[in-house]
Design a protein around this ligand. Structure first.
Ligand SMILES: Nc1nc2c(ncn2[C@@H]2O[C@H](COP(=O)(O)OP(=O)(O)OP(=O)(O)O)[C@@H](O)[C@H]2O)c(=O)[nH]1
Ligand SMILES: [Mg+2]
Length: 391
């Protein structure tokens, strides 16, 4: 007995093929649908495979019918199908080879493109200027600000290195110092008859309360001033306690306002016995209009406040710009940038200094109370932007 397989498009077709070639005595062992897998599934359709066994002595096919089948073999015979499959296999191999060739070609093209791109993104011919440009960008300075800073050194190729660094440094200092706050109540050693009102605003968790503790500690411990606290942060659990802990350490009084009607009364309690009243407010989203309305109402109750908008320097430029724009709609304020120690993109401060009309008063550089706060210094920020550590 021998085994033979036939492949075709339908069951009828393969049975017919087997019958024609092997005669009626052949035994059909199986008929199954074969579905090609993997890459073959793309070019090969499912087909029917018939497996038959036959006695070769009994297979007697007349010449006539043989020639008839030879005639249609070209279309449906298994041999022909095999040939076609082989042909398709060859096609696949050719295609695969072509794909590999194309991949290699593409890889080369991409490499040369990125080399060209690299050459194109070199904004500056002078390598040092280009290096400074890339450093400023990596530290978050906006393109437009970089371009302005580097404009004076953009001209000639062979400038003296010292001169380039000096010009760039001075340009950065110029932008920063223009934004530096020079005349703060807190800094003036004037005896007032009534306490000066200092209000701290800002989004949630930026460091308002910690900054209040730092600044008031300095006034109380180093400048012999008296500071009272008023907090309107009754939203967050333990917010009042957080301020009370600091107040207790500093020997200060804390008043809590629960409604807007309390504010004047609480101020009156503190204003004659302190040099300053520090107002701690709840962290509020600048996107929430109701929150902003509440802050507006609070500010309306406070006489001649010096307002500080506390902003985390870890926020991105666009967010900070939005926060500043929102608060600018209803009040004037100075800025305190917190968490300088946590940011890799200190350039954001330069961007803000370049853009805003508000003044920057302080930066905070860590969690330690009272140590980690400093007056805003253009010099320090400029040095960091040019590669130094903040110190
Ligand atoms: N690394 C670092 N952390 C800081 C700095 N300033 C404040 N923090 C931390 O930031 C966290 C939040 O500080 P808070 O002072 O409670 O912030 P807040 O703005 O009063 O928060 P809410 O009242 O909840 O809106 C605390 O863990 C502080 O220690 C800073 O300069 N650097
Ligand atoms: Mg707070």
């Amino acid at each position: 007995m021998k085994i033979k397989k036939y492949q075709g498009e339908t069951e009828e077709q393969v049975i017919e093929m087997a019958k024609e070639e092997l005669g009626n005595d052949a035994i059909v062992l199986s008929i199954k649908k074969i579905t090609p897998t993997g890459i073959f599934s793309i070019i090969k359709k499912p087909y029917i495979e018939l497996t038959a066994s036959y006695d070769e002595n009994k297979v007697k096919i007349e010449e006539k019918s043989k020639s008839f089948f030879a005639d249609i073999k070209g279309k449906v015979s298994s041999n022909n199908l095999d040939d076609k499959l082989k042909e398709k296999d060859n096609t696949i191999q050719r295609l695969e080879k072509r794909i590999v060739e194309l991949e290699t070609y593409l890889e080369k093209a991409m490499k040369s493109l990125s080399l060209e791109k690299g050459a194109n993104t070199n904004k500056y011919k002078n390598q040092l200027v280009q290096f400074i440009y890339e450093m400023l960008i990596s530290k978050g300075v906006n393109q437009a600000v970089c371009t302005e800073i580097l404009a004076p050194v953009d001209k000639e190729e062979n400038q003296n290195i010292d001169l380039i660094v000096k010009v760039v440094y001075n340009k950065i200092i110029e932008i920063l110092e223009k934004a530096a706050c020079k005349d703060l109540f807190i800094e003036q050693d004037i005896k007032n008859t009534e306490a000066k009102n200092i209000v701290f605003l800002g989004t949630t968790g930026v460091g308002k309360t910690t900054t209040i503790a730092k600044l008031s500690s300095d006034l109380i411990m180093n400048k012999n001033k008296k500071v009272g606290f008023i907090t309107s942060d009754t939203y967050r659990i333990a917010a009042v306690e957080q301020l009370k802990v600091y107040a207790e350490i500093l020997g200060s009084q804390v008043e809590v306002v629960y409604t807007i009607n309390d504010v004047k009364e609480k101020i009156n309690k503190l204003k004659h016995i302190n040099d300053y009243i520090f107002f701690d407010t709840a962290g509020r989203s600048h996107k929430n209009e109701k929150n902003m309305e509440e802050i507006k109402q609070l500010l309306n109750e406070i006489d001649n406040p010096e307002i500080y908008l506390v902003i985390s320097s870890t926020n991105n430029f666009e967010d900070i710009e939005n926060i500043i724009n929102t608060y600018s709609k209803f009040s004037k304020f100075n800025i305190i940038f917190t968490k300088i120690d946590e940011t890799d993109t200190i350039g954001t401060i330069l961007n803000i200094a370049h853009k805003t009309n508000n003044k920057i008063a302080y930066v905070t550089v860590g969690q330690n109370v009272p140590a980690d706060i400093e007056k805003f210094s253009g010099e320090k920020i400029a040095k960091v932007l040019l590669g130094s550590m903040y110190k």
